[in-house]
Write a protein that binds this ligand. Structure first.
Ligand code: SAM
Length: 360
């Protein structure tokens, strides 16, 4: 048994262990990490992938995150908001396909009209699905009143990435009016409002170290989150961080590897949570999402956003699926799941086992 075997055989992991795992460079050792995480996934959540239909409802955003393609300050962008009927129709399509859930994601907006718009969409989704379609929101930081209204209207899950737990790095990649403690407070509020809570980070940010990422994993453990959605940072040409990683093609492969190692570490440490294999992995390699599943993820998110809006929701350069409609996006993911010998949990909410166990 070598040092890596000894770490992988542990039941609990400390900062040093995780830093060691996240610093692995040898491909065989990385493969052993993925395999260990995959075994934990099979034991805790089984060889079943749940689909979350992703609807990117608006690229209008009041925030100015330095990394994000839909930041308010990006003028090279036509702004859109998907019509209410169209959002409901896309969610209905997901329901008809037997998806366990849908995700409404968009820029951060807190105006009353937007809050009402989301509330009405949620109510209409309950009308046809009657709670049978899990609804996740990913709409940034919101007030307690708004979060409670949306919860009452039918949203059960909320994803709010902390982005990085390194406060200096957080400050460096956000605008001055964005505060780590406020984001953290909002994350905690989600649980108080009765949501299943998801968070995550960007991986491979400039200056981010394996120790930072190890702390991110322990943060997710300590917050006792139900869901994790995280992915590699990929620069966007119209943002202040466009050149922050230098020649991106030189680091592309390594960004993917870091993303996979993080998935594996989160699976080893948090065990029974839902972990998404995100589109950012696919942007780095055509089989990126399959590799995410093999490293321990169990959730895929077919993009259901109408193709006419896709160009407007380029969070980073080279985001795939520009011309791929819902049908094609879903079929591609179904093939990925079959390719790795797993099945899709149709007509199942796919609630995080962690959440179910906590509720008892
Ligand atoms: N506005 C909401 C929020 O901030 O939580 C949700 C939408 S936001 C566009 C969704 C996520 O996209 C962010 O949490 C961030 O992690 C990710 N993202 C944005 N720009 C990215 C980039 N350049 N590379 C990788 N991920 C990025």
């Amino acid at each position: 048994m070598d040092a890596l075997d000894r770490i992988l055989a542990q039941e609990s992991f400390g900062l040093d262990d995780l830093e060691t795992l996240l610093s692995l460079e040898d491909p065989d050792e990385r493969a052993r990490l993925h395999a260990a995480a995959y075994r934990v996934k099979l034991r805790e959540v089984g060889p079943v992938v749940h689909l979350r239909g992703l609807i990117e409802i608006t690229n209008v955003c009041a925030r100015d995150c330095l990394y994000c393609g839909i930041r308010q300050g990006n003028d090279a962008l036509d702004r859109y908001e998907v019509d209410e009927d169209e959002v409901v129709a896309a969610a209905r399509w997901a329901w008809d396909q037997g998806f366990g859930s849908a995700v409404l994601q968009g820029g951060e907006r807190c105006d009353a009209r937007f809050v009402d718009y989301i509330e009405r969409i949620l109510q209409r989704m309950q009308g046809f699905a009657e709670g049978g379609l899990g609804v996740t929101l990913s709409l940034g930081e919101q007030s307690e009143d708004t979060l409670r209204r949306w919860r009452r209207a039918g949203a059960q899950r909320y994803l709010l990435r902390i982005e990085t737990t390194n406060r200096d790095l957080f400050a460096a990649i956000h605008a001055d009016d964005q505060d780590f403690d406020e984001r953290l407070a909002c994350l905690r509020l989600l649980r108080a409002c009765g949501y299943q809570v998801g968070t995550g980070v960007m991986i491979g940010l400039p200056g981010q170290t394996p120790a930072d990422l190890a702390r991110d994993v322990l943060f997710m453990r300590d917050q006792d989150v139900d869901m994790v959605g995280m992915g590699p940072f990929i620069p966007h040409e119209d943002t202040p961080m466009a050149d922050s990683l230098g020649d991106f093609d030189r680091v592309r492969g390594e960004q993917l590897e870091r993303g996979l190692m993080m998935i594996a570490c989160v699976r080893l440490v948090l065990r029974d949570v839902n972990i998404a294999s995100t589109t950012a992995l696919q942007a780095l390699a055509p089989d990126g999402r399959e590799r995410g599943l093999r490293a321990g993820a169990n959730i895929l998110m077919p993009n259901l956003t109408d193709t006419r809006f896709r160009a407007g929701y380029q969070l980073y350069d080279g985001k795939p699926g520009l011309a791929e409609d819902s049908e094609a996006s879903t079929r591609a993911l179904q093939r990925s799941v079959v390719a790795i010998g797993e099945t899709i949990g149709y007509h199942q909410l796919g609630t995080s086992p962690r959440y179910l166990r906590r509720r008892g």
